[in-house]
Design a binder for this molecule. Structure first.
Ligand code: C2E
Ligand code: MG
Ligand code: MG
Ligand code: MG
Length: 279
């Protein structure tokens, strides 16, 4: 048993091992077991309004506390979870976790915060996604306008026709749609008018080097376009004062990043919210 977990340890941190079917199956089994044994946890990263400096919302980000490995980042297991379909279980779990946590915050009198949840292409592909989400919201007696769903351009572009249908359902429900990692996909800007998202999340790769004139021009173009289309912009991965100042100056609406706070456990987020209420 100890040997087996030793092998798994190796698996996680050596990308070459990912090619091996057997290790992948082990990881899949590990995820399944982890779900049963409550090894997963949802962390929350604050999203801040540039103008007011106030907290507006948070993004739910999954974490895995592996009994042997400690915290395992999502980048190591989300891709495999997507291939194996396990992301469907994970996605459903994260959604209900995040919504019930948000409900708790409301009950605690911490305002009416919005919560953003990542959707994988796999979930988007499966029939009945909107109904499932609507059901979860009903069960938890959550208002749909407190939920934001993040998807990437490529998720949408896999099947734009089906995508349109789902996005219409989300809109009808009153859920906000946001485009994650915006600018990294292959899609043309013309898709934006088709999707008409509520939010564009400017990818970290642009934010990270927003000091560079080319990136700055791209980000400015995104912000200007979004403004004229009445779409909100969020800068992802703001780490420094310099990045903060540039993006603020450009008229970007909100940001998230280590500059303010990394993703933290629910209790940490509660503290941040309580502090924000005092300001
Ligand atoms: P994402 O949705 O684009 O999330 C943003 C990622 O950037 C998060 O990584 C976050 O912790 C990280 N980040 C935030 N601020 C900073 C910063 O200032 N600097 C840097 N370097 N990074 C920052 P994380 O939590 O490791 O998640 C990675 C990706 O895994 C997410 O990217 C998302 O695509 C996926 N993911 C996470 N949770 C879920 C989930 O519940 N469901 C699905 N389908 N995907 C998830
Ligand atoms: Mg996201
Ligand atoms: Mg992103
Ligand atoms: Mg990303």
């Amino acid at each position: 048993q100890a040997k087996r977990s030793g092998k798994n340890t190796y698996f996680f941190f050596d990308p070459r091992m990912e090619e091996k079917a057997c290790s992948r199956m082990e990881l899949a089994a590990c995820i399944r077991r982890g779900l049963k044994q409550n090894e997963f946890e949802v962390f929350y990263q604050p999203q801040i309004d540039f103008q007011s400096g106030r907290l507006t919302s948070s993004e739910a980000l999954i974490r895995w506390r592996h009994p042997q490995l400690g915290w395992v980042p999502p980048s190591t297991f989300i891709p495999l979870a997507e291939e194996t379909g396990l992301i469907l279980d994970i996605g459903e779990w994260v959604l209900s976790q995040a919504c019930s946590q948000n409900k708790k915050w409301q009950t605690m009198g911490l305002g009416n915060p919005r919560i953003a949840v990542n959707l994988s292409a796999c979930q988007f592909r499966k029939e009945g996604l909107a109904q499932q989400i609507s059901q979860t919201l009903q069960q938890l007696e959550m208002k749909s306008n407190t939920l934001e769903l993040e998807l990437t351009e490529s998720t949408f572009l896999e099947n734009p026709e089906q995508g349109m249908k789902i996005l219409d359902e989300f809109r009808d429900m009153g859920v906000t749609v946001s485009i994650d990692d915006f600018g990294t996909g292959y899609s043309s800007l013309s898709y934006i008018k088709t999707i008409t998202p509520g939010v564009l999340k400017i990818d970290q790769s642009f934010v990270n080097e927003v000091i560079n004139p080319t990136n700055r021009a791209i980000v400015q173009a995104i912000v200007t376009m979004a403004k004229s289309l009445d779409i909100e912009t969020i800068a992802e991965g703001v780490e420094t004062q310099e990045q903060f100042d540039i993006l603020h100056g450009m008229g970007c609406d909100k940001y998230q990043g280590y500059y303010y706070s990394p993703a933290v456990p629910a209790e940490g987020m509660t503290q941040i919210m309580m502090q924000d209420m005092k300001n």
